[in-house]
Design a protein around this ligand. Structure first.
Ligand SMILES: NC(=O)c1ccc[n+]([C@@H]2O[C@H](COP(=O)([O-])OP(=O)(O)OC[C@H]3O[C@@H](n4cnc5c(N)ncnc54)[C@H](OP(=O)(O)O)[C@@H]3O)[C@@H](O)[C@H]2O)c1
Length: 228
């Protein structure tokens, strides 16, 4: 049985990705900052027959990542799928966003993915199998104009750059890609967003489960490759 860790799986797109992977028979580690929130998702998924476990993980904290890896023990080396989904969207443009907004965006959206990838991807390379999906945004794409709040756009562009460099650093059947889920109705996306979480999760789940002939080192939306 394959296993997957989704960061920020307590709500929104991450929770739906967890559900879709569990339905496919994948053992899911529900990344959560509060165990109670993770346990609620575990209960939901168990009711649907999923094999899941909550894993307390604040991606901004190296200690939290180390504690989570210790809690997993040998299973940390056996994580097959990593979804770097946890994200925040602090506001402000390039001149008025304050330093806290910049730090938060970079800490969560970029360094969060770097911390977990450094902890888990070497195990994938060692075992010769892995799927990493970094959840990015059209607002981080130069090709789409880098819209949205500046700290968010810059952090997602940096996550895209990290996706390229991580893809170059692995070997064997390890596939690393980024996904823009589109504008999705979640706490972050807001009520006016046209997409539901099912649609937002679809391409992430597709890349999490692709075969050895699947894409590597690209950014996708609706299963189509985009320009960075
Ligand atoms: N919604 C959209 O329209 C849209 C568009 C493009 C890209 N995205 C991207 O899609 C991803 C998911 O977004 P969403 O819309 O589902 O957002 P959301 O509903 O606001 O959920 C964000 C998730 O990230 C978690 N999180 C935040 N900071 C964290 C940290 N330090 N450590 C661990 N987890 C943390 C939250 O956990 P708590 O519950 O503990 O706060 C929550 O589970 C993000 O990367 C976002 O940038 C979303």
């Amino acid at each position: 049985m394959r296993s997957a860790l989704i960061t920020g799986a307590t709500r929104g797109i991450g929770r739906e990705v967890a559900r879709q992977l569990a339905v496919r028979g994948i053992r899911v580690l529900v990344g959560c900052r509060e165990r109670a929130a993770g346990d609620r998702v575990v209960q939901e998924l168990a009711a649907a027959g999923g094999d899941t476990q909550a894993l307390v993980l604040d991606v901004t904290s190296a200690d939290s990542v180390a504690t989570a890896v210790r809690e997993l023990g040998q299973r940390a080396v056996e994580v097959d799928v990593l979804i770097n989904n946890a994200g925040v969207c602090p506001s402000g443009n390039a001149l008025d966003a304050d330093e806290r907004a910049w730090q938060e965006a970079i800490e969560v959206n970029l360094l969060g993915a770097v911390r977990i990838s450094r902890a888990l991807v070497p195990g994938m390379v060692q075992r010769g199998y892995g799927r990493v999906v970094n959840v990015t945004s059209s607002w981080g794409l130069f090709s789409e104009g880098m819209g949205g709040p500046a700290p968010y756009a810059v952090s997602k562009a940096a996550l895209d750059a990290y996706t390229c460099t991580l893809a170059r650093s692995v070997r064997g059947d390890v596939r690393v890609n980024a996904v823009d889920p589109g504008w999705v109705k979640t706490d972050m996306g807001g009520a006016a967003a046209p997409r539901n979480v099912e649609r937002g999760a679809e391409t992430i789940v597709w890349l999490a489960t692709i075969g050895a002939d699947g894409p590597h080192g690209g950014v996708f939306r609706d299963k189509r490759k985009l320009a960075w």
